[in-house]
Ligand binder design. Structure first.
Ligand code: SF4
Length: 506
């Protein structure tokens, strides 16, 4: 089923850190690398392996965690697992996709570290190319990694620049010209992928938040042609992808400058062209856009066309006015409340699987300039007032600021923020006053959730979920259930970041 080789050296692509292909950014980056290699020559044989495949082989064809527990280091298997190292050794070109734009933690996947990648590259005889956020790190430490890679691509890769490297995203037309079929790629994945779709690059605001590296990645706002998006979606659908997330851009609601008509054409076009799609979700929303009159109409469209369990994560970042002011943040507590109300007005009804159709998510950042102990109090008060108001929220992400090169934050002289010492306890406070009670509200005891599947086993039990955007994870205590076993579960208990349930008998 792969393209035939004609005596050319085959081109392989190694994708370390493919956090299960289910993690957002890398699915799109992986596709662009696949397309670039495929378009680079006639009869090129392109293959895909994961860092997990290589770890598996280096460990003698065994997981690193003994069964029955699942192993996050070797979990994501491609169809090339049995000869991953030979593929890498013999390839004419190896493109390594690595690094996270935003730090993320996954139960069932561990990103490949640079040390791991260096070790693996020792066996590669062909051209070595690095693609993704890790390229920025290598560029910033050029002396330490001199000679390790033949080309570095920080954002995208195309057939025309594989060997020379690139420091900015390629024009969408060039990516479109390389794109052909994803049938072979999807056929090599040992899991059900969620296809991540990008609608535009850049931030539509005039003044940028201090911590954000999106304006560094793309100084200008560039929207994709609608038909280009629909074509890519259809190519994925033809390849067998049934789960999609419109999530690579900074705000789904700001696509084409909040053009409600065009956004409806997008959603309706996807539904028309992909009648058997199982999941259609969005990601990333600027609360300012969601709170606007256009935002209210777009929320209704998302509820109408997308599938249940959907989430619009919004960057509140901080409820503290001093932090908001110092860092030019986009949101205030009042704007957030209007945005949540717009989403809750159309999204709280449950679908056939028992999940709310569309709920907001909230992102909080600690460690920004201007932070004091009062910042944490303001955050707790802000969340508590939302809880008292009865809103429904899907998930909350609390993280520490990271000063990316080129952002205003990187140039700001600030005192050491108190969260440096208190982050763990402050996060635990939010868990107890907000996250766990919200889980109880959204997933009450006795609620039946349908159409889940098991995907991981830990000492706690077996973890179940549906695919999608930040899906709720349901643990069946002390159970050992084979991966991908379908199940319906009834909610029994709550933790801050997941819930417990029991499987229906039979
Ligand atoms: S956080 Fe969002 S609103 Fe702020 S600069 Fe980044 S993309 Fe723009």
């Amino acid at each position: 089923m792969h393209k035939a080789t004609t005596g050319d050296s085959p081109h392989w692509r190694c994708g370390p850190a493919f956090t299960c292909g289910r993690s957002a950014t890398k699915t799109r980056t992986r596709r662009s690398a696949w397309s670039a290699l495929t378009a680079a020559g006639e009869n090129v044989d392109v293959r895909y392996v994961t860092i997990d495949d290589v770890r598996w082989e280096l460990n003698g064809g065994q997981p690193l965690t003994p069964p029955p527990q699942s192993d996050p280091l070797t979990y994501s298997a491609s169809s090339n697992r049995q000869n991953a190292i030979k593929l890498l050794r013999d390839a004419a070109t190896v493109i390594v996709v690595a690094g996270d734009a935003v730090p993320s933690v996954h139960l069932h996947a561990h990103n490949g570290s640079l040390d791991e990648i260096i070790r693996i590259l020792a066996c590669v005889r062909g051209r070595r190319v690095l693609l993704g956020p890790m390229a920025n790190h290598v560029l910033a430490n050029a002396d330490a990694y001199a000679g390790l890679f033949d080309a570095l691509h920080t954002h995208t890769i195309t057939s025309k620049d594989i060997a020379v490297g690139s420091r900015a995203g390629a024009p969408f037309e060039k990516l479109r010209a390389d794109r052909d079929s994803f049938i072979d790629l999807v056929g090599e994945l040992g899991w059900e992928p969620v296809g991540e779709i990008e609608l535009y690059r850049g931030c539509t605001r005039r003044r940028y938040c201090s911590f954000c590296n999106e304006p560094v990645k793309s100084a200008a706002v560039v929207f994709r042609d609608l038909q280009d998006v629909l074509d890519e979606v259809h190519q994925l659908y033809v390849a067998g992808v049934r789960h999609l997330r419109l999530g690579q851009q900074t705000c789904f609601f700001s696509a084409w400058n909040r053009d409600v008509t065009k956004i409806e054409q997008l959603l309706a076009g996807i539904r028309d062209g992909c009648p058997d799609l199982e999941v259609l979700h969005i990601d990333n929303a600027d609360p300012l856009a969601v709170a606007s009159p256009a935002g209210a109409r777009i929320s209704a469209l998302v509820a109408q066309y997308c599938s249940e369990g959907n989430c619009a994560p919004m960057g509140m970042e901080s409820f503290d006015p001093a932090v908001i002011e110092t860092n030019a943040l986009t949101c205030t507590p009042q704007i957030l409340r209007r945005a949540i109300d717009n989403i809750n007005a159309v999204g709280t009804q449950r679908g056939p699987a028992g999940l709310p159709t569309l709920l907001p998510g909230i992102n909080i950042i600690y460690g920004l300039p201007g932070e004091t102990h009062r910042t944490h109090l303001a955050n707790l008060q802000g969340l508590d007032s939302l809880m008292t108001a009865g809103v429904m929220c899907h998930r909350t992400n609390v993280r520490q600021a990271r000063a990316y090169a080129g952002t205003p934050l990187a140039g700001m002289n600030a005192d050491i923020p108190p969260s440096q010492e208190h982050f763990t306890t402050w996060k635990a406070d939010i868990d107890s006053i907000w996250d766990q009670p919200m889980k109880q509200r959204v997933y009450p005891v006795g609620l039946r959730l349908r159409g889940l599947h098991s995907f991981f086993v830990t000492g706690r039990g077996t973890w179940f979920r549906r695919l999608g955007s930040y899906p709720i994870q349901v643990v069946e205590r002390d159970a050992v259930v084979p991966h991908y076993t379908p199940a319906d579960l009834t909610v029994t208990e709550h933790a801050p970041r997941f819930i417990y349930g029991v499987r229906d008998a039979g």
